[in-house]
Design a protein around this ligand. Structure first.
Ligand SMILES: C[C@H](O)CC(=O)SCCNC(=O)CCNC(=O)[C@H](O)C(C)(C)COP(=O)(O)OP(=O)(O)OC[C@H]1O[C@@H](n2cnc3c(N)ncnc32)[C@H](O)[C@@H]1OP(=O)(O)O
Length: 694
């Protein structure tokens, strides 16, 4: 495309019958930016010269400084390099709803075709910095108000109006403006310095482990101090350094990994068509059920919410209304859409409304007999095409559906709390779930704006199973004498939204207590049995629910470490001392980080070995979206491969000798360490397991 543009610009410059140029996109879209596949090639080869010279050669020399005026005709979207092309034009005409933005920082780089210089010159420094650092899109309508767009018009008039505008410039009836030369929107030097300094402080807070935010501000500053040309030169240099950074490698990996989760062999490649899901029944109006119902309602899917008595039903409906109001407050839902969503909700105390539902999602408490009887009932009442989904996070789906003859339409729809906000949907299939049911749930997932990851059936499925050692490792470290608040600090400095103890406070101790025996039964000697949560509960602590856990929680305030928790810890250490001979150990921050995450990587190896996930990158996405693993580290397996299988293996082997089977390396990890193959590399035929989970 870039080569084609250069040729066309050269031709237009030469031809006498061309007076002016209109630059537009095909099929209702202007341009989604530079081809990110090229970044992948640069990452694979380390060769930055694969990046074509667009910034100076095309945008500055041929377009902006060309002898004929260019006008951009924009529809749909103009993002990244796409927006940078239009800013090199002399005017911009757009349809009102087109999306405009520079999302390069989400890929670990900065805009590289002059965007760091031209955007501040068109919309002013504060707005440009906000758009770049937060990768915030604006509509063309807002762009018009801010000076990025010159005129708005309907799609039908777009080309006609742009041609007219271009000819008007050529005939000097409209101004011939070169964005890079402008200074009128930059403000005074002292104003610019104040804006940049505030942005730097903010970036330090929100992106402490990423280089591209400060780098972007350095480049913007260069242009403010020494002029646009100088800024463009610095931009090109910094762009090339950043594109080779680990952060860019990780974020580009996540971009493609996220888009590949819905490519499921044997499901999405066999010409099946997704069926329409118009009406869904949700059983259980608790926190999960009402969150799931909210997610469906805001995407225009009718919901029947079933509860066992009027009080519970009313509570569920109230929670849904609260969720919707919350979305309105955050600005992600309009009041009209909220009213529409509420009109799509119907409460029910029996199954009579289930006769015409296309899908049921059961979200009751984790009790096997209760779930079994619900599935036996709904099998009789729902139409034969209806998908029977459960939101269980731990129970084997074969057991849930044991009392039915509908194993082909039984599937797991594991949402993460709060379900209307968290983006991950773990779709659990058994050996008998039909491809059609899986495809339909993937499609619903996309409609309700979730990222679906299809996984196999086992205790904890992919996410909870992989992360079961996360909390357990933290408890083990405390039993060894490590301060729990230090563990939380180390883990949040690494980039997790919070440490394992704060997470336990926030999730409530009920979850930990409920899964304890299930994990103990499933994971044998690699399960670490900790009595800490029971001791916390005995001490009157319930975590965030009663404001008292490892931390204090006051309304509206930040959680504060509670020093009085020490007597609980002392008691816990007394109880567990027999395990490690009561020896308190000293560890570095790096030891702590590794002792928490390497067992998680180890379990992830088992999950991959048993084919619970289709590909390693699905675990990267599941860890980022389900557990908050830092995206800029590429997800769990990508990160583990930057550390190296053989290093992880050697550390785990050493700890296994001292502390036991909790750290014992899996055979998959051992094999990868020996063969020096990345953990994320696909299996070879010889390694394929004898029994697949799918
Ligand atoms: C030098 C410059 O400054 C550097 C740059 O320009 S870097 C690029 C900046 N642009 C971006 O970051 C935009 C990235 N793309 C997006 O945000 C979204 O894809 C979009 C808003 C354009 C479209 O979203 P949506 O309609 O949901 O479709 P989505 O599934 O994401 O993408 C459709 C396909 O296009 C691909 N794609 C989208 N943008 C792409 C890009 N810039 N390069 C390469 N492939 C891209 C996706 O990988 C996907 O491929 P697949 O079908 O094989 O999986």
């Amino acid at each position: 495309v870039i080569q084609g543009l250069k040729e066309k610009y050269a031709e237009a410059a030469d031809r006498d019958d061309v007076k002016a140029i209109v630059l537009t996109g095909a099929a209702g879209k202007f341009c989604g930016g530079f081809d990110i596949n090229v970044f992948t090639k640069v990452h694979e080869t380390g060769d930055v010269s694969l990046m074509p010279d667009v910034s100076v050669d095309l945008v500055s020399n041929m377009m902006e400084d060309g002898k004929k005026p260019s006008v951009a005709a924009i529809q749909g979207l103009a993002l990244g390099g796409g927006l940078e092309l239009i800013m090199g034009c002399h005017a911009r005409i757009s349809t009102p709803e087109a999306q405009l933005g520079l999302p390069e920082l989400t890929l670990g780089v900065i805009p590289g075709f002059g965007g760091t210089q031209r955007l501040p010159r068109l919309v002013g420094l504060p707005k440009a910095i906000e758009m770049m650092l937060q990768s915030k899109f604006i509509t063309a309508k807002e762009g018009k108000e801010r000076g990025l767009i010159d005129a708005l018009c309907s799609p039908d008039e777009l080309i006609k109006m742009s041609r007219f505008w271009a000819l008007e410039i050529a005939n000097y009836r409209k101004p011939w403006i070169k964005s890079l030369g402008r200074t009128d929107r930059l403000g005074s030097l002292s104003e610019a310095r104040a804006v940049l300094s505030m942005a730097r402080q903010q970036a330090k807070k929100v992106a402490p482990n990423m280089p591209q935010h400060q780098a972007c501000l350095d480049v913007v500053e260069e242009g403010v101090l020494y002029g646009g040309q100088s800024g463009v030169v610095k931009e090109a240099k910094v762009f090339k350094e950043l594109v080779l950074s680990t952060t860019s490698r990780a974020l580009v990996h996540v971009f493609f990994a996220q888009r590949s989760t819905t490519k499921v062999p044997g499901v999405t490649d066999i010409q099946l068509k997704p069926r329409k899901i118009r009406k869904v029944a949700v059983i259980g109006g608790g926190l999960m059920g009402s969150g799931i119902a909210t997610a469906l309602l805001v995407s225009n899917i009718s919901v029947v919410l079933k509860e066992v008595n009027p009080q519970f039903l009313q509570r569920g409906q109230k929670t849904i209304a609260g969720n919707l109001e919350g979305l309105v407050k955050r600005g992600s839902l309009t009041k009209d859409k909220m009213s529409k969503a509420i009109s799509l909700l119907k409460g029910a105390l029996d199954y009579s409304d289930f006769k015409d539902v296309d899908m049921v999602i059961e979200a009751v408490i984790e009790k096997v007999p209760l779930k079994q009887s619900i599935f036996a009932d709904i099998e009789k009442i729902c139409p034969p095409h209806c998908i029977l989904a459960t939101n269980t996070s731990t129970i084997d789906l074969n057991i849930v559906g044991e009392k039915t003859n509908s194993q082909d339409r039984i599937i797991g729809a594991h949402f993460f709390s709060p379900a209307h906000i968290m983006p991950l949907l773990e779709i659990v299939r058994t050996e008998r779930t039909s491809p059609q049911a899986i495809l339909d749930l993937i499609t619903v997932g996309k409609i309700i704006k979730k990222v679906p990851v299809v996984v196999g059936n086992c205790t904890g499925f992919a996410v909870n199973r992989t992360f079961f050692p996360y909390g357990q490792a933290a408890h083990l470290l405390v039993s060894l004498g490590i301060d729990l608040f230090r563990i939380d600090r180390v883990i949040s400095n690494f980039g997790m939204p919070m440490g394992p103890f704060q997470l336990q406070d926030v999730a409530g101790y009920g979850v930990a207590l409920a899964v304890k025996d299930i994990y103990a039964a499933a994971f044998g000697t690699r399960n670490f049995r900790s009595g800490l949560v029971e001791l916390m509960a005995k001490d009157g602590r319930q975590g965030k629910i009663n404001g008292k856990g490892y931390y204090f929680y006051e309304k509206g305030g930040k959680p504060k470490p509670d020093p009085s928790v020490q007597h609980v810890i002392d008691e816990y250490r007394r109880q567990t001392k027999t395990i490690f001979g009561g020896k308190l150990v000293t560890l570095s921050d790096q030891d702590i980080l590794e002792m928490v995450f390497f067992p998680v990587v180890n379990e992830a190896c088992r999950v991959m070995d048993e084919n619970v996930v289709i590909r390693a990158s699905d675990l990267d996405i599941a860890s980022v979206l389900g557990m908050g693993f830092p995206k800029y580290r590429g997800g769990l397996i990508f990160w583990a491969d930057t550390v190296g299988a053989s290093y992880i293996h050697s550390k785990l082997s050493k700890w296994a000798e001292i502390y036991g089977d909790f750290f014992k390396p899996s055979s998959y990890l051992e094999e990868r360490a020996k063969s020096v193959r990345p953990l994320g590399a696909p299996k070879t035929a010889q390694q394929a397991p004898t029994r697949s989970r799918m």
